[in-house]
Every structure is written in structure tokens, then in C-alpha cells.
Design a binder for this molecule. Sequence first.
Ligand code: PMP
Length: 403
Amino acid sequence: MAHIFFDHISTTPLDPRVLAAMMPYFTERYGNPSSHIHDQGQAAVKAVDAARADVAALVRAKPQEIVFTSGATEANNLAIKGAAEGSGKKGKHLVVSEVEHFSVLNALRPLRNRGYEVTTVRADSDGKVDPSDVRRAIRPDTVLVSVMHANAEIGTVEPIEEIGRIAREREVLFHTDATASAGHIPLDVRAAGADLVTLSAHHFYGPKGTGALVVREGVSLESQIDGGFQEMGFRAGTENVPGIAGMGQAARIASEEMGQWAAHLGRLGNRLRDGIASSIGHLHFTGHPTDRLPGHVSFWVEFAEGESLLLFLNVRGVMAASGSACSSNLKGRDEEDLVASHVLRAIGVPSDICTGSITFSMGKGNTEQEVDHVLSVLPDIVRRLWEMSPTYLDYQKKIPQGG
Ligand code: PMP
């Protein structure tokens, strides 16, 4: 049976070169960077320093601006809570977009409870944030603007350079969550005017459990984990040396190969999109038509429930995501049977259909043959779901016959 992974937006497979770079730090080089007085500790310090330089180079930051974390969720929490708490007397107001990941949106909750106010900026039907809305939302007491670089669910790339310029003009810190984009499309933290940038290794063929927050020089940030003085005092705790070495290697590879990957993924994405458009009716692509992540195709089909589509696809050896991979997890909580994604609601997908979206996200290892396999099974799966859908059968009855 086929084994086709089209869910790279949730995670990517570890590049074997990354695994090779990590291995020594599990075995013979096991030192703690804080014990830099001896050779084992020194080896760990060297590995972490080299990785810091490689991760910095990926986004054109300075090595001393990279703070390693356990991943994007922690980096987003540090950015949002740390910047709010570190801003002193300037104020207690933040601006975020409505399409942010939960690790941004939910990090705001404890701040709200402590008297911070949040203005949420809308996205349009393509999921784009209008920079002039951000400009209007900024107040004299605003301390931070947070707008993601690219949306995992619908692929839209946000106009972060314009938003960054506005934040700079108004002397407000700008955070961008680049989890879905870093290592896939170019990102220059200085050109973007970003003070804080979230990165995640497992989203660009690195290991899980390692991420980073870029903290531009001079930004005042309150640490969220109390303990020792690792990571320039921004993040206490013994460094995950193998993970950090892996993230450095993944960043080095991405810096060199990202352009080739993007060209390949662009071709695969166009092939998949065109094939779907010509073979499936009642179809609605989501996200921006051109300003989007390469190899990312997202859509919903009227009368076809997304989770069912995914199950049928999985039976045919194709792994994809419905809505946001993270929001599907909520189902485990028994709260709602099907969870409507906040991103799909934000872009105006009718709420009864919100659960119906599919995200195909391809990776560097995918092939045209795999795209063609998906195109060969998808129309049949959609037809079967329609045949099981009472609303589709009602709709069919209403179509004038003989026309
Ligand atoms: N930000 C974005 C945009 C994401 O898509 C995700 C999840 N893939 C995260 C943050 C959180 O990443 P993690 O679960 O790896 O911490």
C-alpha cells in the first residue's frame, strides 16, 4: 500500500544528516555546557555555540540573539508573556491577529486575567491581515504586536515587513511566529523589523523538543522559567544539547537547500492544486492564492466532512490534516464532537462546514507520483462521502432534472 505523508505542516521527518549531527551528543559527548571548565563541558559549549550561529544565519539574526527553547509553544509563551512583563511602565495593551496559533492566543489568557488588554485584528477571506488595521489598533500603551509569518492551516503568508515597519514607527515591539515558514521561505528578521521571532526545529527536518526565540539585541524580556542563568538569562535549565545540535544542522541544511525545496514544492503544489480543481466539484480552496507556503494546498468540499475524508485517505495510504492539526486534538476532550477551527471561522467558512477542511502539506521528499496517487483516489472518496451525506442527497433532489 502507498505510504504518502502530506502532513509536513504538523511535523517533518528528521533529515538523516541531522540525526548524524545529533548522535555524538547522546553518547560520547554528554557534557553539560554549564560545566565548561572541563573538556566534556567545553565540547557541549562548542556544539551549542555552533548551532546558535547556524540558526541565526537562517534568519539573518546575530548568534547572541538566539534563545533556545523546548519548541515553538514555549518560544511563543516567552515572547508574549515575557515582552508584556518586560515592558515596564509603558502599558498593558497587546495587538494580535485572530489567526494566530493557540500557543499565542492562549498565552494571552493569564495576561488578560492580570489586567492586560488585547486588541484582536481581523484577517480577510484569504486569511491576510491588513497592516493598516494593525496601525489603527496600536495605542500609546501598546507594548507588543504579534502577527504570524505564515499560517499552518491555510498557508497564507502575512505582510510582516509592513507590519514590522508600522510597529517600529510606533515604537512597539513586533513578534512574528515563523514556525510554519522558517526553513521553507526566506526570512530576514531585520528586513521584517521583527524584535521577537519564533522558530521550531521539527518543522524544518530537525528534532522535536527544540525551538528558539530570536530576541533582538536590546529587547527587554522577562524570563518565564526561573532557575539558572542559561540562554543569556532568558531561559533557565540545562540545554538540550543533542536537540540544539540537531536544530543547528537542520538550519544549516535549510539555509543551503531551501531554494531547491521551494521550487520542487511549488511544482508539486501546482500539480496537486490543478488536479484537484479539475476533478472535484463544490470545491473551495482556502488561503491566499499566491502569497502562500510552497507545497501547501488547503480546501474544503461542500457536503464532505473533513475528518471522514482524512480517514478514507488514510485507508488509501495518504496522510493529511483536517483544519488545524492542533484543533483536531481537542476532540479528545469530549467537549464538542467536531471542533470548528478558529482560522476557518476567521476567513468566513460557514461554521457548519468549518470541520470540513483538508490541508495537504508536502515535503522535500515527496514526488509527482505521490501527487498523482492522491489525485487518483481523492475524487472517488469525495463521491462516496457525498453518497452518504443527507444534505447532498437533498441538494441533488432540488436540482432541476433534464436540464
Ligand atoms: N505556531 C504555529 C504557527 C504552529 O503551526 C504550531 C504547531 N505546529 C506551533 C506554533 C506550536 O508548535 P509546537 O507544538 O511544536 O510547539
